[in-house]
Write a protein that binds this ligand. Structure first.
Ligand code: 13P
Length: 242
């Protein structure tokens, strides 16, 4: 099982340092679960420092596709690698919806990250409207195919997909375990890499979601900001046989 905390634009560097010290005390070395945190760029250094020597990895939330260039405000994969960051999220739905991320730009970012030796968690998921129109599988197929095309088979060990139905993110409206299972099984038929579920995962619904056969872990937003609730989700995952 893999449990990933996406902190979005929350936590300063100071808050990150104390959270990570506490998280390490709580979950470092827990058998049966790998743990990753994704702080904001400004807190990556603090997270890497606080988690050095532990089993908890630090990923970024995004990365530019080029190694360097005239891209004001952007950060590249080699810059992240030098900090000790070992991977990044790509194409989160907030980036797709608010920052014009497309399947094409996502594929370029993935290429840049893999080229710098980093791992990738690439996000996919349908909107409420797409689900209502019965287009969930069509959307997932398009998004997953674009990601798969960017990752040669020999690099697939560094790719994880996160299924995050847009209507379940930050809304408290989690996908039901059956809905998650069926979307994950569909994605697994397209691409044989681990698939995380994301969208209102909390300590009290984590078990039912993580117990589904095709759910390989969780990408947690709001509940990852609190060390108690994130720790509980990690402990729940550790208890589920793989
Ligand atoms: P919430 O867990 O807050 O719904 O966020 C999910 C998410 O977007 C994780 O990337």
């Amino acid at each position: 099982m893999l449990i990933v905390g996406n902190w979005k634009m929350f936590k300063t560097g100071l808050e990150t340092a104390s959270f990570c010290t506490e998280l390490a005390r709580r979950v470092d070395g827990l058998d049966g679960v790998d743990v990753v945190v994704c702080p904001a760029y400004t807190s990556l250094d603090e997270a890497v420092d606080a988690l050095g020597g532990t089993s908890i990895a630090v990923y970024a939330q995004n990365a530019h596709w080029d190694a360097e260039g005239a891209y004001t405000g952007e950060v590249s994969a080699p810059m992240l690698a030098e900090l000790g960051v070992t991977g990044s999220l790509v194409a989160h739905s907030e980036r797709r919806q608010l920052f014009a991320e497309t399947d094409e730009s996502a594929a370029r970012r993935i290429d840049g990250l893999l080229g710098a030796g980093l791992s990738v968690i690439a996000c996919v998921g349908e909107t409420e409207r797409e689900r209502d129109e019965g287009r969930t599988e069509e959307v997932l197929e398009r998004q997953v195919s674009a990601i798969a095309a960017a990752v040669p088979p020999e690099e697939r060990g560094r790719l994880v997909i996160a299924y995050e139905p847009v209507w379940a993110i930050g809304t408290g409206a989690t996908a039901s375990p059956d809905q998650a299972q069926s979307a994950h099984a569909f994605i697994h038929r397209l691409l044989q890499v681990p698939v995380l579920y994301g969208g209102s995962v909390k300590p009290d619904n984590a078990r039912a979601l993580l117990e589904q056969g095709d759910v390989d872990g969780a990408l947690v937003g709001g509940a990852s900001l609190d060390v108690e609730s994130f720790g509980l989700i990690c402990e729940t995952a550790a208890r589920i046989p793989s």
